[in-house]
Write a new protein. Structure first.
Length: 215
């Protein structure tokens, strides 16, 4: 797995807004939207193009379009905030959904939604989630994709913890790349990224209201 940390002044400035505990929901959402677009732009750099002729007002010119646009798969809840930024960069992308909630006692993912095409073989997949902490949620999502034949998976995360990155590498799953704005050193006793930015879902949408026992 290739890991790419995107070093750019605009990436750093948006990430700082997201880290700041004084940023309200609106400021956090706006910064996440900007950063999401930047990271998806970076992730799209290796997508294949096909050429065609386009008519300009003056004469024909060589044109290009994506040979096979990716499917964008957010890990919801927090991944929902990355859909619109991704589609702003790749308007013809499809969107799938994987719903996972974190059990705050075990820190393990609890699945509650799966909406994906049956066959993902040969299909580029951008798996988007603002946070990569232990790697448990992302690995669960990746296994669901692999069960459907996915073999070209790019993970797009804003803040990644080193233990989570290590877990992806050691998984042996067909993960092509990880695109991230930063790799933070570790996790606290509650499995939150340190220094991180808190709970991305809560900071986007407010506190979670979901009964895991009912899932």
């Amino acid at each position: 797995m290739e890991t790419k940390v995107v070093n750019h002044p605009l990436v750093a400035s948006r990430l700082t807004i997201m880290r700041d505990k004084n940023s309200d929901n609106a400021a956090f959402r706006a910064a996440l939207a900007d950063l999401g677009a930047m990271l998806v732009y970076e992730a799209a750099g290796e997508l294949e193009l096909e050429s065609f002729e386009v008519d300009t007002p003056v004469q024909q010119a060589a044109g290009f379009r994506l040979r096979k646009p990716p499917i964008i798969v957010p890990v919801i809840r927090a991944g929902l905030g990355m859909i619109d930024p991704a589609l702003s960069m790749i308007p013809d992308a499809q969107v799938g959904f994987i719903g996972l909630a974190r059990d705050e006692e075990t820190h393990e993912p609890v699945p509650y939604l799966e909406a994906l095409p049956d066959d993902l073989s040969g299909q580029p997949v951008f798996l988007v989630d603002p946070m990569l902490a232990t790697g448990g949620s992302l690995l669960h999502a990746i296994r669901l994709l692999v069960e459907r034949g996915a073999d070209n998976i790019t993970c797009v995360c804003m803040v990644s913890a080193q233990p989570g990155v290590d877990a992806l590498v050691e998984s042996g799953l067909p993960i092509k790349r990880l695109i991230t704005a930063t790799i933070d050193p570790g996790l606290n006793e509650d499995a939150y990224i340190v220094p991180g930015l808190g709970d991305a879902g809560d900071r986007l949408y407010g506190p979670r209201n979901i009964d895991l026992g009912a899932l």
